[in-house]
Every structure is written in C-alpha cells, then in structure tokens.
Design a protein around this ligand. Sequence first.
Ligand SMILES: NC(=O)c1ccc[n+]([C@@H]2O[C@H](COP(=O)([O-])OP(=O)(O)OC[C@H]3O[C@@H](n4cnc5c(N)ncnc54)[C@H](O)[C@@H]3O)[C@@H](O)[C@H]2O)c1
Ligand SMILES: [Zn+2]
Ligand SMILES: [Zn+2]
Length: 338
Amino acid sequence: MKSAVVTAFDAPLEIQERPVPQPGPGQVLVRMEACGLCHTDIHAAHGDWPVKPSPPFVPGHEGVGVVTALGEGVTDRELGHRVAIPWLGHACGHCDHCVSGWETLCEQQQNSGYSVDGAFAEYAVADAGFVVPVPDTVSSFDAAPLTCAGVTTYKAIKVADIRPAEKVAIFGVGGLGHLAVQYARIVGGIVVAVDVDDTKLELARSLGADHTVNAATTDPVAAIEALGGIDVAVVTAVFPAVFEQAFASLRRGGRLVCVGLPPETDGPMALPIFPTVLKGISVIGSIVGTRQDLTEVFALHAQGRTRVYAESRKLDDVNAAIDDVLSGRATARLVFEF
Ligand SMILES: NC(=O)c1ccc[n+]([C@@H]2O[C@H](COP(=O)([O-])OP(=O)(O)OC[C@H]3O[C@@H](n4cnc5c(N)ncnc54)[C@H](O)[C@@H]3O)[C@@H](O)[C@H]2O)c1
Ligand SMILES: [Zn+2]
Ligand SMILES: [Zn+2]
C-alpha cells in the first residue's frame, strides 16, 4: 500500500510502499477514502512538541474509510461500513477520566498518526472501539475534516459554556477555525473572526461570522475593544502572541479557550495575574473531543447545520500540501483522497 512516512524530523515525508497491516485482536482494517491534513500532522513531522513521536511513523488522524477486515473478537463493527479514525486512537476505559466522560484525558491513550501509525496511507488498522461510524449522508471528503478540526472546535465551544448573544472571537480561521465559527453560531454566539488573510476572513463571513478583523493590518485588541470586547476567545492560531491578544480582548467574566499548540521553542504565553483575577477570567485548555462529541458533529453535519470547506489533494503531493498550509496558501482544510 502507498503510505506517507515521517523518517526524520524536518526531513520531507517519503512516499513508501508498505505491506497492508493485518488487524490484531480488537482492531479493524480500514481502506482509506479520505484523510485531512491537520496542522498537528505538521507539528508531528517536525517534532515540535515536548512529547515527540518516534520516526519512522505514518501521520494522519482525520482518516475516513471502509472497514475491510475484522480482528479477533470484534463484534461491534461490520465489514463495508464507513468509519472515522480520530486522534484518540485508544483510551483505557476504566480510569477516572475515562469513566467520567473525559476519555480525551486518559493517561493510557494512544494517538493515531502520532504514537501509532495513522491514516496517511491506503490502509490503516485501528482500535475497533475507537473508530466512529460515519452517517451515510456525510461524504468521506466532508467527514475527514470533521474528524479532528470539527470535533476539536465543537468541544472547545462546549467547554466555553456560551450563552446566546455572548460575543465569541475565533483567532485563526484555518482548518479548525472555519468550523469553530459555525459551532459558535449554532450555540447563539455573535462571532468575530480574526485572521491575517482576507480570503480566510471572507470565508468566515460566508460561514456566518458577524465581524472580521485582519490582524495583519489592524490591532485586533483595539478592533475588538471597539466592538465592546468579547466574552469568549477560541485560539487556534499557532503563535503565543495571539493567545496574549485574545486574553487582552476579553471582557470581565471572559473565557480564553486554548486550542492551538505552538512549537515548544516559541516559548510560553504571558498570563498577567492582576487582570486575570480582577476580571474573573477563566483560561481553559481544550484537547480534541470524545467519540460521543464526534458522533454529535457528524449528526449536525448530516442535518445540514455545518459546511466543510476543503480542497482535494493526492497523497503523493503531501510535502507540497504541507508547504501550502505553512505559507497560508491553503484556505481551510486540505484533504487527501485515495
Ligand atoms: N487542542 C486540540 O485538540 C487540537 C486539535 C487539532 C489541532 N490543534 C492545533 O491547532 C492549531 C491549528 O490547527 P489548524 O489545522 O486549524 O491549522 P491551520 O494552519 O489550518 O490554521 C491556522 C490559522 O491561523 C491563522 N493565523 C496565522 N497567524 C495568525 C495571527 N497572527 N492571528 C490570527 N490568525 C492567524 C492562519 O492564517 C490560519 O488560518 C495547530 O497548532 C494544531 O496542532 C489542536
Ligand atoms: Zn483511561
Ligand atoms: Zn488534528
């Protein structure tokens, strides 16, 4: 099978022929139809984060395809059904996080395309219990970005606990952000989209953003202050300075939801204590979402409540696709179709 492999951090990915893996006990084999390119795959390939994957490995955690083989003991999946392979590839199922609905915090978790081989390949094996069924009315092309960008921003909006008519700013309207804009609207937020690229801001407007701010040409803190400030900021941009701008834009009682994961070498964000205390600000880290969250994301999409904006690419062009994301040439998501 064709697969895209990280052989060393900062080396281009290699397209390799590999044997089709066989599903072990409790696993399924999935023939890939689509897989999105998440910015996380780029961080993985570059070894950007404190906990690093071990090359060689296959990235990809927005994999969607058809179950073509069942490992021993698998009874809850059927051959021919479509499933999604998300970042949460496995969790233990019995720790306090798992049993309280927070499987995304499980310390025993495996992550697709990071600690185990992922979906940048024609086939992948995955834990049968952690793949998520894709409704018939959701195309594989749309399901792919929903599998990480969708579920992650859906969860970020949930944990922000937004009341209708609160002002919500989305900093970074890329793969994640273009879906965050839509979930913020669904819960009744008045949405401010912030990016450095006018094409992305136009897209945000077409997806329901009420205000847009180009942070390359305008100070976003001043622009948001002129709008009366925001109650919630969801940051998907990849620079610590943007988290600081988001913090500075919050009204009293505001919530800063941190989603983007800048490289470790870019250093921390400064969090001034005095305004945090006086303004009663909450700072919330939000990591992907559960299987149930992803099921809800698919249900909303099946009802026509969200739109996925993505461009099709070939896996052979994986390195060009990465360049397009890093240079800002890619609008919203790039999706490899097999
Ligand atoms: N917390 C999680 O569970 C989780 C899940 C998936 C991805 N991520 C992380 O989220 C981040 C974003 O991922 P993505 O796939 O959406 O990336 P992306 O590259 O598609 O989007 C980033 C966006 O930020 C914009 N941007 C750049 N500079 C900016 C600035 N100064 N102000 C405002 N916007 C700016 C870019 O133009 C782009 O639209 C990555 O760090 C990724 O690893 C986190
Ligand atoms: Zn657990
Ligand atoms: Zn992702």
